[in-house]
Ligand binder design. Sequence first.
Ligand code: ARG
Length: 461
Amino acid sequence: MREREVSRFGRPPDPRFWSMNRSLAVDGWLAPYDIRQSVAHVGGLHRLGVLDDAEFELLRDGLQQVADEVAEDRFAFVEADEDIHMAIERRLGEIVGPTAGKLHTARSRNDQVATDLAMAVMEHSELAQRQIVSLMTRILEVAQAHRDWAMPGYTHLQRAQPVYLGHHLMTWFWMLVRDFERFGQTRRAASVMPLGSGALAGLNWELDRDALAEELGFASVSMNSLDGVSNRDFALDYLAAAAICSMHLSRLGSEIVLWSSSEFGFCRLDEAFTSGSSIMPQKQNPDSAEILRSKSPGLAQAFAGLAGVMHALPLTYNKDLQEDKRPVAEAIATIEGSLELATGMLESIEFDREALEEASSDEMLAATEIADLLVRKGMPFREAHGIVGDLVRECVSRGISLSGLERSDLAERSELLDDEFFEVLGQASWLESKVSAGGTSLSSLDSQMHAAAALLSELSN
Ligand code: ARG
């Protein structure tokens, strides 16, 4: 139980309160940020003249020792530690003696905790960006290697029009470009330093906040002390970026699950990324892809949870804000693990060219081509759509393919349907007709991949 030796309190806290008030379970991970911040802070206090040379060195070296204990997993909490900030200060006191009491000059835990969290969000946004670039690099490589492999493209999970596998895979690349940008915005949002806001109103010292910001890697300092201690937008930004990125990975994962099933047979995962069944010896399950698929609702929930904590919260610091750390810590672990997993999984995935080819040579996929043929001959698209739909219905009811139709069947529907109908079906070039920018034809796809490679080398720097 916490001893309140010198305080306005005459009695120790009730254990029922203390167990709920303690936040070590959710903020212990902030220790390295907290110590780095304190090292910068004692430098600021030294420059202010609050600490003399000897005191400054004592505190700086003591903090270094605490940092070593944390890094080597030797740091032990005691029951009286309320949170990570108090635990570190308590340990510093054990190491350096009463001078440790000077550490908390010109600082409140309110600006301290906001600063720790902002440091963590900055660092992990940057890390996520680097991981995203690795995954994008891998996706571009796989897309280039399967540039001209035909496959069916889908809408409503029904075969719609053929596309190149390279084109389909590149979709994932562009999703990740947007994630990269979102984490970049998150990093910028977190790079405004709250430290120096004090409890809420500012400090009685003219601390050089700009110098501290620079030392800690912040781009600027918060302009309003009330906003400084109560702002958690950067944490919401991080959770939103992680949730959306995870949603993208869930769509990628979901397709791999489908494609690796015997029903599709389009791809195979390396066995190092699959697991077996405890009862059915023949099975190799695409667990990696399922894991990617499963994580995004939890991250969306983390966002919704913190948005709920922030809702209508009066200024400035309220204990409710202690609920910010768990969702952020969970999101960091989940999104970083997922990005690593996705990259690893795509390093060894194998596609089955024949299976993809066979699925994409379904003649029905040429229906749009036939409609466009009629349009080129002057028929309005709506009318062409109706006529081709009628032909498809006829084929389905007679159990034949489009090329199995007779000339008379065609003539019945439109005099514009002539030999070219059979030519279009025969040429199997329905992919190469998609020549618009961003379309699947190889010339468009090559421009797309060229732009992607250029962007990637820009983002890697
Ligand atoms: N453990 C607290 C938190 O995470 C630190 C800030 C405490 N501030 C206070 N005024 N009690 O939010």
